[in-house]
Structures are given as C-alpha cells and as structure tokens.
Write a protein that binds this ligand. Structure first.
Ligand code: SF4
Length: 341
C-alpha cells in the first residue's frame, strides 16, 4: 500500500466526436464488456488506499444509463468520490430531454462547450455534421436550466477570423447578460491547446502570435506568457535541463478500451504506454507506475532541451506556444523518432 491517491479514467463507452484537436487520439469506440469496471478496481485495490473511478475517458455520460452509471462510479470508488468537473456531453444534451436535469441534480454549475469557428468549420473540426447547431442548442438548454455554458474556442491560422465572428455571436446572443440573470458567469476563451495527440497534425496551420486577431487577445488563455516558436528556441538554446513529467500526490491513469494504461502526461501513444492490464504481470505494471519507469520517461531524462530544440525547433517560426507545451511537442517528436523509427 502506498499513500498516493489513484484516479482511474476508463474508456468504457467511447465518444461520438472525432475532434481534430483531440489530445487523447482517435480510438475506435467499443463498449467494454460487463464487469470490466469491477475487475479494474480490484486490480488496483491491494496497492492504493484511495481510488476514484471514472467510467469515461473521452465523452462523459456517453451511455444511455448515465444516471445509474454515475452511481456505480461512486460505489466503485474507494475512500474518495469521483468529481463531476465542468464537462458534459453536448451530444446527449440535445438528444435526451432529461439529461440537463440530471446535470443540475449532481451539482454541475458550468459546462464547457468547444467551438472551432462557425457552422461548417466547427462541424469539420468536431468530425460530424450538425455539431455547431448542437452546440448552440446545448447553450440554450443549459441556460434554460440555469447552468452557465463556457465557450472554449480553438484557434488556428485557417479559422482565426471565424473565432472573432464566434465571439461576436456570443455577444449577439447576450450570453453574458443571460448568465448574470441567474447569478452565473459566461466565459469565452481562446487557445490552441498542446501540440500533441491529433492536434500535432495541425502544426502546419498553427496560429502565429502576430496573427492572433486583436479582438481575441483579452480572451486568449495565458496570453501574457505566450511565446513564438522562435522565442522558445532562443530560451532553450542553452538549456541543459530535461522535460521529465512526474506524478504529484494523485496518480491519474488513462485506460483504453483494450486495457492499455497511460499516465496523464501527454498523448496516449505507444511511446507513453505503461503496459496492458490483461497481458502484463500485475506486480511489474504496478512497479512501473510507482517508479514511473517507462521508456518515454527514461529517454526524456537522457536528452536535454538544448538538444531537442537544436534538432526539432524552427528558429524562424512565429507559431504561438506556451513554453511547457512547446517542450512536450519537441520531446514527442524525439520519442516518435527514437521509439517508433
Ligand atoms: S476532444 Fe473530447 S469530444 Fe473531441 S474527440 Fe476527443 S474525447 Fe471526444
């Protein structure tokens, strides 16, 4: 037994969307067999005193019996309760008239909705037609139930003007005033996310810092620490440190529908796999988790930021990055080269 808290997020049902920015990656949807939840909890129980269990990794409440499912997640958790977070399924909000009521019952006050511009652009980025219309409908249903929508927008070179139009739309819909009317706050924010998972495929259309429309700067997440790739390379030019992720007091494990296990450090690719719950030795897998002993982390300790920036950085690029996201981008490019050939 060790004194860390374990949080398990298991992809038991999948996700209706295939977003182009998805850091988790596009895995096939597969309903895991009955009893997998209990089996997974029992696997970890001898080693952790506190375990919170989430039956979703991608889309919350993407199963018809979401009410019972939430109760089951609470029952399965050990000495700690799972949290709701400010996340919900907009796919379900517009299809199931009882769902928003359920969100209220379990104490959800805000739900984040993700946009990529207006109708066609958002549909393309979410990966299914009708997504934009559903996001607007979900916004209305949430407000009608006194839950504040929070609009998150992902910005790239090709959609930057549409994000301005999206901000204007939120103003035309008076979302701020309508949320204030029931004592809540409407928030709109913009960013590009980390350049990992599916989102690293957007590197070529990554927003350049100077091309971020003026109107969006007050809404840009952590704009004050946003750098250009050129500035990141300059900062890392003589940086002999290593980009090594560590767990804090809580170990978060992401578990795929085929029982592969990953830390919550960056994307769920082969380089970052800890092992498989069904096929690996349990003792050894638990040891790898506790000692953070996986090939990606070993390699991360051997290569400096200086080497990574020299090898993969573009010292002429104005693409906008937070420094830590940029370090992850460089490290992931290296790991892919070394471990995947
Ligand atoms: S970003 Fe979220 S909603 Fe989109 S595909 Fe990934 S898990 Fe699904």
């Amino acid at each position: 037994m060790n004194n860390k808290t374990l949080s398990l997020a298991v992809d038991m049902y999948g996700c209706p969307n295939r977003c182009k920015h998805c850091w988790l990656g596009h895995m096939p949807n597969k309903k895991m067999e009955a009893g997998s939840d209990e089996w997974i909890i029992d696997y970890f129980k001898p080693y952790f005193e506190r375990i919170s269990f989430y039956s979703w990794l991608r889309e919350p409440d993407f199963c018809d019996d979401y009410r019972e499912r939430w109760q089951r997640d609470i029952e399965l958790s050990v000495n700690i309760s799972p949290e709701r977070y400010e996340l919900a399924s907009f796919w379900r909000i517009v299809r199931d008239p009882e769902y928003v009521g359920f969100l209220r019952e379990v104490g959800v006050k805000t739900v984040q909705l993700t946009f990529f511009g207006l109708d066609k652009m958002t549909d393309t980025y979410v990966g299914r037609p009708g997504a934009f219309r559903e996001l607007l409908e979900a916004t209305e249903l949430l407000i009608a139930n006194k839950i504040a929508p929070r609009w998150q927008a992902f910005i790239y070179e090709e959609n930057k003007e549409e994000i301005v139009a999206l901000l204007e739309l939120s103003e035309q819909l008076k979302l701020k005033e309508r949320c204030q009317a029931f004592g809540a706050e409407f928030r709109f924010f913009v960013h590009s996310g980390g350049c990992d998972g599916e989102n690293c495929n957007q590197y070529n259309i990554w927003i350049e810092k100077e091309n971020i429309p003026q109107a969006l700067i007050p809404y840009y997440l952590n704009y004050e620490s946003l750098l250009t790739e050129k500035e990141c390379c300059e900062l890392l030019r003589e940086d002999a440190t290593h980009r090594v992720h560590h767990n804090g007091d809580v170990v978060v494990l992401l578990i795929s529908n085929s029982f592969d296990v990953f830390f919550n450090f960056t994307h769920m690719s082969e380089e970052w796999k800890i092992g498989n719950l069904k096929t690996d030795s349990r003792e050894d897998l638990i040891r790898r988790i506790l000692q953070e002993d996986i090939p990606a982390l070993k390699l991360a300790k051997e290569v400096t930021m200086q080497e990574l920036a020299a090898r993969y950085g573009d010292a002429h690029s104005n693409k906008a990055f937070g420094l830590n996201d940029y370090k992850d981008y460089l490290l992931n490019r290296y790991l892919e080269d070394v471990l995947c050939g």
